[in-house]
Ligand binder design. Structure first.
Ligand SMILES: [Zn+2]
Length: 88
């Protein structure tokens, strides 16, 4: 269930950025998986593809970086690092 909420909040964030920027589409994004986020890049990608269907992020190019620092204050989180949008 943990990853369901991770993914929902990521998609919500992407949707609100797109709305604010009047973007029709998210072209690409980079996320950083915290060292203690307990989700593998492959598993994350699978969930993202599924969760982004029918949203502005559908088909976006996803780059995933894995953090190794377990003492990082956000080591349990998934951080949105970079996003490229297409303006309509
Ligand atoms: Zn899962």
């Amino acid at each position: 269930m943990h990853e369901f909420f991770l993914m929902k909040s990521l998609i919500d964030t992407l949707s609100s950025i797109a709305r604010e920027e009047h973007a029709s589409k998210i072209i690409s994004l980079t996320v950083k998986l915290g060292a203690l986020s307990h989700i593998s890049p492959d598993h994350f990608r699978e969930h993202f593809i599924h969760a982004s269907q029918g949203t502005v992020a559908e088909g976006a190019r996803l780059t995933i970086e894995v953090m190794t620092d377990t003492t990082h204050p956000q080591s349990q989180d998934v951080l949105l690092e970079n996003i490229e949008i297409m303006n309509s």
